[in-house]
Each structure stands twice: as C-alpha cells, then as structure tokens.
Design a protein around this ligand. Structure first.
Ligand code: TYM
Length: 341
C-alpha cells in the first residue's frame, strides 16, 4: 500500500530556527520521513509578506535548508524544496482566493495579530491572503497529514474548508488534509514570557532559544528563564507556566515523561531543573549547528540538493494544476519553446 503523504513548510524569516520550530515541527518532519511520503519546503513566498531585504532572504533560505538537512532530513527519503521555485503555488493560490469568502479570510487570527502590529490600513494584502497561499501549498501535494504547531491550527481548518468547497463545486480534486499537532509540544513558550509562544518576532531575544546559537548563550538564557513563585518542580500550566514549559522541553528532548521528571526533582529547586534543561538543549543543538556550518560552506552542493527536491515537487505540482485548470474551465496550456521548470 502507498504510504500516506506528509507535507509541511517553514518560513525563512530568521537567521536560525528556534526551539519552538524544532520541537513543534522539524522533529516531527524528520520522524515522519520514515513512515510517510514526505514533502517539506521553505516558504519564501510567505516570507515576502513582510519585505525582507533580497540578499537576506536568499541567505536565510539557504540557512533554513542547511538546518533541515543538518537536523536529519534525508534528501533520499524526503523531498525538500523552495516554495518560489515551484510556480504552481502562486497559480493555485489565485484559484483558491477566488473560492474564499472575505469574512472567512478576515477571521484568521494570525492576520488580525499581524495587521494590528502594522496598523490596520498599512497591512499588506499579502498578509491577508497568506493563509490561502498556505492552503495551496498543502492541497497541491494532496497531503494526508500536516505536522505543525498549534498556531497553524486555524490555517489548517481553512485549508480543509477550501478543499471541500472546491471538491463539491468542481468535482473531486483535492485530498482533505488532517493537521498533526502533538499536544505536548504544540506551543513551546517564550522563556521570558511563558504565557506567550516562543516566536521569531518576540520582543526579547532572551526568550528564544536558537538552534544555531552558541552553547554558552543557550545555557545562560535557560538559567535566566522566568520561573514562578514557589520552589516545587511540578507541571501546572495555570499557576506555573514557566516551570511547566521547562519540564515539557526537557521531556520532549530526553524522552522522559513529565511525571518521572517531577519525581526526580522532589526536594530540589528550579536551579537543578534549569541545569538539566540546558544540557539537553545544548546536546540537541550543538551537532546541528556544526553540520549546518559545514553544509553552508558548499553552497553549490546545497543548491544541487534543492534542485533535486524542486524537480520532484514540480512533477506533483504540475499534475495537480493540470487537473485544477481543467476543472475550473481553463483551456489547456500550449507547449512553450523553452523548457518549463
Ligand atoms: P513558521 O515558519 O512560523 O513556523 C514553522 C513551524 O514551527 C511551528 N512553531 C511552533 N511550534 C510549537 N511552539 C512554538 N512556539 C512554535 N513556533 C512555531 C509552527 O507552528 C510551524 O509548524 N505558515 C507557516 C509556514 C507554512 C506552512 C505551509 C506550514 C506555509 N505554508 C503549509 C504547513 C503547511 C509558518 O509561518 O510557520
């Protein structure tokens, strides 16, 4: 039987991924390449909604790819590609935009948060249509499962609605995907503000643990993490969000259940917990950092791996778009003299 298909994406909007990306998404991606037909991509079309400098975007796109390979993504088993290299994403996004209601798009909370930051009227239309492009990414590959953090849940619901609507309006075309959001790591919190998610756009770098950061910086940030009143090391999301976050991080990285960790720290203070968390984080990140540097030193090889991914992705995208074009009533595209990528 064919393996189920998994697809997910990550934006190249920072110089390094952070622990939230790593635990909430990247680790699942790597695990699922063993059991699924895996497609992963770097969402550079999404990244331009906030206008990065072109040279920075190019650099961060390669750094993102290098980190994914360094973290264990295997180019033989997974297809990793850069979103903008597959032109069909933008094309399908337009078709889906024409099947989305204004109210439906306006309800997206990420858009509401981001537009509030820019000021309602100066937020770009790209931010507004962002979730619809995300739906196009997913539906293009007929994905069964989409591993993401909790912040993407609403975008996945929109994707399912759009798939169902298109299928009933134009005939069965898209697989309706399911989100894959493991509860324990769905929202890794900011170390300085444990009620907020760890985020690239967080106001303080002290709250974020970056995969490519130096071990001593990681350790310092963890030792200074905001904890809660009291001294007991127990998971209690309401009253002890800081300690709960550290316990979840340690549990996810060490494979030890939270209850077992709670028992281990009876009679010890927060300091002992932080020391151990620092150790597991550094152990997880240091080898990725080393391998990322190595991969970045051979840009040609990195680009070659991405070109292999782009070719595999393009074959699927072309097939889906041909069906979509036919269903909505477009004439077939005449062949072009230059080879189409
Ligand atoms: P992005 O680049 O913001 O984040 C990449 C992945 O990391 C997860 N994540 C977290 N998980 C747990 N705790 C956190 N603190 C945390 N912060 C981030 C995100 O949920 C995400 O899974 N819109 C997407 C990119 C995208 C995409 C797609 C994803 C574009 N098209 C299609 C899936 C399918 C985004 O901005 O992710």
């Amino acid at each position: 039987m064919a393996r189920p298909r998994v697809l997910s994406g990550i934006q190249p909007t920072a110089d390094s991924f952070h622990l939230g990306n790593f635990l909430g998404a990247v680790r699942q991606w790597i695990g699922m390449q063993e059991t699924h037909d895996a497609f992963y991509f770097i969402a550079d079309l999404h990244a331009i909604t906030v206008h990065p400098a072109p040279a920075e975007l190019r650099r961060r796109t390669r750094v993102s790819a290098a980190q994914l390979f360094a973290a264990g993504l295997d180019p033989e088993r997974s297809t990793l590609f850069v979103q903008s290299q597959i032109r069909e994403h933008s094309e399908l996004a337009w078709v889906l935009i024409c099947n989305t209601g204004m109210g439906e798009a306006a309800r997206m909370t990420q858009f509401k948060d981001k537009s509030a930051k820019f000021g309602e009227s100066s937020a770009g239309v790209g931010l507004f249509t962002y979730p619809i492009l995300q739906a196009a990414d997913i539906l293009m590959y007929q994905a069964d499962q989409v591993p993401v953090g909790a912040d993407q849940k609403q975008h996945l619901e929109l994707t399912r609605d759009l798939a169902q609507r298109f299928n009933s309006r134009y005939g069965p075309t898209f697989t309706v995907p399911s989100p894959y959001i493991p509860k324990e790591v769905e929202k890794i919190a900011d170390l300085q503000d444990p009620l907020a998610k760890m985020s690239k756009s967080s106001s303080s770098p002290q709250g974020i643990l970056e995969v490519l950061e130096e071990p001593r910086v990681l350790t310092k940030k963890i030792m200074r993490a905001v904890t809660d009143t009291g001294t007991e090391v127990v998971a209690d999301p309401e009253n002890k969000p800081g300690v709960t976050n550290l316990l979840r991080i340690q549990s996810a990285l060490s494979g030890t259940p939270v209850a077992e960790l709670e028992a281990r720290y009876v009679g010890q203070g927060y300091g002992a917990l932080k020391k151990d968390v620092a150790e597991v984080v550094v152990d997880a990140f240091a080898p990725i950092r080393e391998r990322t540097e190595k991969l970045l030193s051979d840009e040609a090889e990195l680009d070659r791996l991405l070109a292999v991914g782009a070719r595999r992705a393009a074959a699927v995208a072309r097939e889906t778009m041909e069906a979509v074009r036919d269903r909505v009533g477009f004439l077939p595209v005449p062949s072009r003299p230059e080879s189409d990528v």
